[in-house]
Design a protein around this ligand. Structure first.
Ligand code: ADP
Ligand code: AMP
Length: 224
């Protein structure tokens, strides 16, 4: 069977991480989330983390030359050679072009780019109420998806924290960066005929049903 090489696209707070947890389980795919990779690097104080931190704190993108090599290497490694779910990359046209060139060289191709669409107002509501497990990164929302006990992860009891870049001023900056630098990828992948659009304003279970059905259809078409 062909590889399932999937990209999640959409503004910060669209629900990419929320859906990724479900999709990776449905299709047994490795999850590559650039934000998680960068936050781990910052926490560990690695050279990548040191380079990335100031950009992330400001709500800006980490420069292309810092991130591209790291992610392409990850995609070429072990478990991702047979398929993956990529979240947060590419985020600029040069990143998308670098991925296309790499894939052309390897004879690989992208299966689909899953765009989760939500309005700017909804992004602000979601990011300002987002809380994440300090240990596992599992995502909650104080209003839309609260934990059973306030401030504590349901799964492992670890403390829930607010991400540094989920503060109001940084949220606005990240949204502007999305519209300016990442949204052009919608046209980029649309022209390649691999963009699939989902209404991210629906409840998480509904968004998940639509995405899962779409991927199942793509798989079926591939077999025929
Ligand atoms: P992203 O990975 O795209 O930045 P997240 O998956 O972290 O977004 O979701 C952002 C916030 O919105 C989280 O607090 C999450 O619980 C909440 N959320 C995710 N999907 C939905 C949804 N469909 N409806 C309401 N809230 C949602
Ligand atoms: P995320 O967890 O996807 O919201 O990403 C958090 C932050 O990490 C972003 O605001 C950027 O500063 C940085 N980041 C994540 N992915 C990329 C990328 N592909 N290119 C540049 N910066 C990125």
């Amino acid at each position: 069977m062909a590889e399932l090489n999937l990209i999640l696209l959409g503004p910060p707070g669209a629900g990419k991480g929320t859906q990724a947890e479900r999709i990776t389980e449905d299709f047994n795919l490795p999850y590559i989330a650039t934000g998680n990779i960068l936050r781990a690097a910052v926490a560990e104080g690695t050279p990548l983390g040191v380079k990335a931190k100031t950009f992330m704190d400001a709500g800006a993108l980490v420069p292309d030359d810092v991130i591209i090599g790291v992610i392409l290497e990850r995609i070429a490694s072990g478990d991702a050679r047979d398929g993956f779910l990529l979240d947060g990359f590419p985020r600029t046209v040069p990143q998308a072009e670098a991925l296309a060139t790499e894939f052309e060289g390897l004879g690989r191709s992208l299966t689909a780019v899953l765009l989760i669409d939500v309005s700017d107002d909804e992004v602000v509501r979601r990011l300002s109420g987002r809380r994440v497990s300090a240990k596992t990164g599992r995502v909650y929302h104080i209003e839309f998806d609260p934990p059973k006990n306030e401030g504590v992860c349901d799964v492992d009891g670890s403390r829930l924290i607010q991400r540094d870049d989920d503060k109001p001023e940084t949220i606005k900056k990240r949204l502007a960066v999305y519209h300016e630098q990442t949204e052009p990828l919608v046209a980029f992948y649309s022209e390649l005929g691999i963009l699939r659009r989902f209404d991210g304003a629906r409840p998480p279970a509904e968004v998940h049903d639509h995405i899962r059905a779409q991927i199942a259809t793509l798989r079926l078409e591939d077999r025929i």
